[in-house]
Ligand binder design. Sequence first.
Ligand SMILES: Nc1nc2c(c(=O)[nH]1)N[C@H]1C(S)=C(S)[C@@H](COP(=O)(O)O)O[C@H]1N2
Ligand SMILES: [Mo]
Length: 304
Amino acid sequence: MLIKRPHNLTENEVTDYALYQRRREFLKTLGGVALLSASGLPLAAQAKSAFSTDEGQTPYKDVTTYNNFYEFGTDKRDPAEYAGSLVTSPWNVTVDGECEKPGTFALEDIIKPHGSEERIYRLRCVEGWSMVIPWNGFQLSALLKRFQPTSKAKYVRFETLRDPKQMPGQKRNVLDWPYVEGLRMDEAMHPLAFMATGLYGKELPNQNGAPLRLVVPWKYGFKSIKSIVRISFVETQPGTSWGRSAPSEYGFYSNVNPEVDHPRWSQKRERRIGEFLKRPTLMFNGYADQVASLYSGMDLRKHF
Ligand SMILES: Nc1nc2c(c(=O)[nH]1)N[C@H]1C(S)=C(S)[C@@H](COP(=O)(O)O)O[C@H]1N2
Ligand SMILES: [Mo]
């Protein structure tokens, strides 16, 4: 396991951070504005996260052409081919339910208060393949806190855009549209849970869930919902698209777990895209040190 823990920062990383800060100062005096991409993501200087893996990263080409985004078709190549029809600007996100500060917000206002950081995470699809992706974005907890969830907020529900004109795959009933996902509140507030607005230092491509998508690296990939338009704080466990389509196959938790097989295939091993031999799947996708305590006392076979 190559994950570094925040309380274990090495001397090197501390030095890296000091260098990074001095570099930022330097860039400011140079007029670092020129180094910002259209989305405002700094391309040159980003904090190195203690949560990032240093495993080899999956090439950009694979990350952006081998996708699951059923709103654009069910073939892995469909999203890259068809997601151009999605209009990501202007984009609004509605926040509602059990919180003090609900509202409908322009994407810019959702993103603005947050700095951009890089998180290099493993992504493990329930189908048995995986990638390593350098995301850019911000911690989900920081976003959620702004809306001041009440004590009744036990879960967070996320919804993707529903518009069959822009998302032609929604003309077919492969799933119950819009795509819906959810997390328990403590999962959503965990520092690994991330909102991505970019990858590889570039704006998030449409096929990867532009302009705003969730990344929950210790759960199967389908929990990482794309192109989010609604975030709701709710009291009871929300139904999810995959859960509704096949309740015995896709549970609410869907934590990566090599010991709990999918009813139709084993989850013990996975193919890392770009590699020939399969590798063992790790408990919680290799993030057990960080997240196992969220599930202490729970029967993970029952709560799959
Ligand atoms: N709205 C929406 N979100 C989605 C999906 C989808 O079909 N629709 N597919 C999920 C699945 S199964 C996976 S594995 C990941 C894939 O993310 P990637 O294409 O960026 O690698 O997105 C998830 N998020
Ligand atoms: Mo997936």
